[in-house]
Design a protein around this ligand. Structure first.
Ligand code: GNR
Ligand code: NI
Length: 191
């Protein structure tokens, strides 16, 4: 099975609304399986299809903490059908926003309805990290990143840093060596 490349912000594909899956067929099952493998390899506790460039409403999760071990969860067309009035703040990260973390406030408990890997409709009550994570993944299906829940000032700072990091990486790739080494050996930068 193949690992899928994970897109990082800013990328226009991460801002798009994903389309519902019509039926959970062999293609969708393969996507779910490859996403799960990609998530474990990253490593992450959740992954949404648009993060691998596929604009379909498919998410995978596996929360493994002392209190809660969910095992692999594969969901097509996940929907929040109930949310608690009570909110909770959790420090979130995202594989598409590498190395940045922020507190995000969301409902503490949600009930999610989805189609499982066999195409069977399921409902699951979620709380704790699972509730946060499933909302984070469903957000991805609507083109929303966790940084869209924080101040524009913080968001733009993070986006600028991500863009800068990407450009440095591209420059390294083009020259076959790190930009820092290039600068150190460049007479213009030694003064
Ligand atoms: O691996 C992940 N960890 C995480 C931590 C707190 C809140 C949400 C997440 S999801 C994230 C993986 C990811 O980017 N999923 O879209
Ligand atoms: Ni994410």
């Amino acid at each position: 099975m193949a690992l899928l490349p994970i897109l990082t912000a800013p990328d226009p594909r991460l801002k798009k609304k994903s389309k519902p899956v019509e039926t959970v067929d062999a293609d969708v099952r393969r996507l779910m399986d490859e996403m799960l493998e990609t998530m474990y390899a990253a490593p992450g506790i959740g992954l949404a299809a648009p993060q691998v460039g596929v604009l379909k409403r498919v998410i995978v999760l596996d929360i493994d903490r002392e209190e809660v071990k969910t095992g692999p969860l594969l969901m097509a067309n996940p929907e929040i059908v109930e949310a608690s009035d009570e909110d909770v703040s959790y420090e979130e990260g995202c594989l598409s926003v590498p190395e940045h973390y922020s507190e995000v406030v969301r409902p503490a408990k949600v009930k999610v309805r989805y189609l499982d890997r066999d195409g069977v409709a399921q409902e699951m009550a979620c709380e704790g990290l699972l509730a946060t994570c499933v909302q984070h993944e469903i957000d991805h299906l609507d083109g929303i990143l966790f940084i869209d829940h924080i101040s524009a000032l913080k968001r733009n700072m993070i986006l600028r840093k991500l863009l800068k990091a990407r450009k440095e990486k591209e420059r390294e790739g083009a020259e076959g060596k790190p930009a820092s080494i290039h600068e150190a050996t460049d007479p213009a930068h030694t003064l």
